[in-house]
Design a protein around this ligand. Structure first.
Ligand SMILES: Nc1ncnc2c1ncn2[C@@H]1O[C@H](COP(=O)(O)OP(=O)(O)OP(=O)(O)O)[C@@H](O)[C@H]1O
Length: 224
């Protein structure tokens, strides 16, 4: 059994009276891919924000690579790539310039940019501003940025949003490939077919885990 890279222990998160998460335990090992499923408001995004250090639990603990995760953890920001549910971008920078900025900030060579643009079918849009992109193309740019930077854990919140079926297929390939390079993946989705790329599927309901197992155990019928 591989040592856990991310360990969430007894984590709850309340917003005023609302309990968004109730005593969640979760471990993700290097190279493991875990999918979170569950209805709207079940706590998936809240758990992902806590897992990547962008929010703190009300109670419970989060460890990354054996060390407690702290507020504004520079170590975590250096090693965890996030594709969130918002389409954040800089309006004056082209697609290529966004990726160049990420390469500079994370001190990685810019040579891979062309290959990533091509993989994400963005090569024809490299010199476009975000205002000239479709929402699916913007989502593809953010995915390319996450894949350009170094990472031990990749966290994605509903990454299939805005993508057409072919782009969703490429996304599934990307998620599978990450495991092969030892990167841990934790993602939330509303698509059971995408959850099938994971080794483990966790279903949340009302802030609690109601199922946890392999895709075959949890997703009894394709599409269920
Ligand atoms: N900043 C916040 N302030 C108050 N309540 C919040 C906040 N963020 C989340 N919540 C509440 O916490 C609960 C869980 O929300 P969360 O966004 O984690 O659900 P989700 O499973 O990601 O939903 P969806 O599938 O719609 O994205 C919801 O009831 C939501 O209203």
């Amino acid at each position: 059994m591989r040592a856990a890279l991310l360990t969430v222990t007894g984590v709850s998160r309340t917003f005023g009276e609302r309990e968004a998460l109730r005593a969640i335990d979760l471990e993700v090992a290097a190279g493991e891919c875990v999918a979170l499923l569950g209805p709207n408001g079940s706590g998936k995004s809240t758990l992902l924000r806590i897992a990547c250090g962008r929010d703190r639990p009300t109670t419970g603990e989060v460890h990354f690579d054996g060390e407690p995760m702290t507020e504004d953890d520079v170590r975590v920001r250096a090693r965890v790539a996030v594709v969130g549910d918002a389409l954040g971008c800089y309006p004056d920078l082209t697609v290529r310039q966004h990726l160049e900025l990420v390469a500079v900030a994370h001190r990685v060579p810019a040579e891979r940019i062309d290959a990533l643009l091509s993989e994400q079918r963005l090569n024809g849009h490299a010199d476009s501003l975000p205002s000239a992109l479709s929402s699916g193309q913007l989502q593809a740019m953010l995915l390319a940025a996450a894949l350009l930077r170094p990472r031990d854990l990749l966290v994605l919140d509903e990454p299939e949003q805005r993508l057409d079926p072919r782009a969703r297929g490429r996304l599934a390939d990307v998620l599978r490939a990450e495991g092969g390079t030892g990167v841990a993946v934790l993602f939330a989705t509303h698509q059971p077919e995408l959850a099938r790329v994971a080794q483990r599927v966790i279903v949340l309901e009302d802030g609690a885990v109601v199922a946890d197992g392999s895709p075959d155990e949890v997703l009894k019928e394709p599409g269920e």
